[in-house]
Design a protein around this ligand. Sequence first.
Ligand code: ADP
Ligand code: MG
Length: 689
Amino acid sequence: MKLIDLPQLGTKRLNALSESGIKSTLDLLNYFPHRYLDRTTITKIRELRDNSEEVTVVGRIKKIQQKGHGNKKRLEVIIQDDTASLKGVWFKGAHYIRKNLSEGEAVAFFGNVKKYGRYLSIAHPEYEKVSNTSDLSQLKQIMPIYPGNKSLAKTSTTSKLIHQWQKITLKHEKTPEFLPDSIRQSYSLPKRHESYRMIHFPESKSEYQKAFKRFKFEELFLFELSVAKSKHEIIDKHDAPVFEDLGNYTQRFFNTHLPFELTDGQKSALSDIKKDVRSGKQMNRLLQGDVGSGKTIVALGAILMALDNGYQAAFMAPTEILAEQHFRTLSNFLDPLDINIRLLVGNQKKTVRTDILTDLEGGSCDIVVGTHAVIQEQVNFYKLGLAIVDEQHRFGVKQRAEILKKGSHPHVLVMSATPIPRSLAMTLYSDLDISIIKDLPGGRKPVKTAVRHQKKHDEIYNFVEQELNKGGQAYVVYPLVEESEKMDLKDASAGFKKLKKRFSNHEVGLLHGQMKSEEKDAVMLQFINNEVQVLVSTTVIEVGVDVSNASLMIVEHAERFGLSQLHQLRGRIGRGERQSYCILIYGQKVSKEAQFRLRKMAETDDGFQIAEADLELRGPGDFLGTKQSGLPEFKVADIVEDQWILEQAKSEAWKIISNDFNLEQPKHQELKKVFTPYYKKKSKFYGMG
Ligand code: ADP
Ligand code: MG
């Protein structure tokens, strides 16, 4: 059957449907209601209360009248049942209602009741004429309401009309089951065809809820199947290096040179890694841990395992400054061991560079630290066994596939300091295993956070001065809004001038997004070396720079920052011996949501709690910052709300792929028909096809 065969459907409506993404009758079936009107209970008007839930009332029209003037102009339709009367009020579309309804007719109204003066009324009620008031069984349904849009409205393609079409479509369209029976039964998912019926013609609330669960499961299941399959295809089919021997370097370092006791989180991450690198399969692990949780040592542990087994390791950072910092840290730790570690960055002399490249290829260089370019450029390794990726933004599937191309299929450890709620991590990094470090190393003083109004600037600056006089350093951050970078630069520059005057006994530096990267690096280095004590900046310092002497983070217009951003900023301090302070300064016009964010910051420093709250406020797309976040889009499922369905779908999908990779078993034939085209599309999207 074609769409055009449906009644009351001509070319105009056909176009409107097409613009709404409905191009076939199957698309129509997949056009789901966004809410339901429960008309199964009819309430007597006398029993209605102000601000009630949605209700259904049935009565006869007593009067239709035009009221008010100008923008108060409205149409009132008064209905009466055997108990009392109520007004339906239309501010728009009065003409249409007048034509449709007449006094004396019986109608049903649906909507939320409000009380104005003595009168109960419903604004813009959904309504339906009642032909026989003694038999209301036709009326007593759960009515799906379909999402509308401009093109649908223009062609009067109403929710009611769509509902009528669904009835015919459901009869004609074949929707064979493709979920294996065993899965359907274990999660009590209704059959596919029955689910469409329950979505469009539910007999109860629990019916459409069950149906929605089925479609969410189906969507997430296909997604997880594709992830599982691509992981098996590009990763697991290669043999990876086996780090069997944890001898010389690893033992010596952890037993005699490690200057502190590992935290439980660090220990368990290391044991996860140990298992991975001995398995013969490539490790693909995400190490998540808040700033300062001590991920570097864990990475170093993995590196030593590689070295013990005669392999090289690469350590990649998002910027050169960070690469240099990692290089210094690692070199210090490795000092007592006889290990050749080199830094590879852009501004090195050609002779130095050639030298490093030669050593890497020849195998005399054990560890190379650099930017992400290390893996992409023509750098040849003698025997690369491990790649560590310290990520700032998402280091995607594509880049990880690049690493794979390096000869020996090295293990990959991705480190992230952005706490990501589990639901997001599961989809975003669905092909990675995850280790989380939740505890911070002992003996560190938690940052003290204060929220202050901007009229307290004098007091705040006095406090800053005290801290500077004691030898501390401070960040002062101004917000950056992309649309008006110039404007914000003005803020930061003005702040810079003001602070230069105020703190004339100290050096004040300025860092902003419009500076060249060498200029930025230069200022940053001055701050690292304590040649600058106050660093005024726009949010460019968000990246994981480590200045352990910095003990103050002053955020101007803190109300304009997102939660995760504030958390990242606060993570810049509290990294040393000194007690650190974060002062969040707010200005005028602070929204309810912004107040909530500031309160949350003062209340907790647990990155995962903050991330969960942020995700709830902003939703997954905005939480991750960009449209190119790599987050798959789901039509029915909501990865935050439906996390437990996601977990079920994931476990089933991965089971199937490990038992029947090509979906050859008879019970998987229907699934294969649906999955094959789905997977083709997906692989193209990830550039793996
Ligand atoms: P991040 O997770 O932000 O990369 P780092 O690895 O830079 O954290 O560690 C932060 C600081 O804590 C470093 O100075 C590091 O030497 C120190 N550190 C790491 N682990 C421990 C520990 N278990 N006990 C004490 N200090 C530790
Ligand atoms: Mg780090």
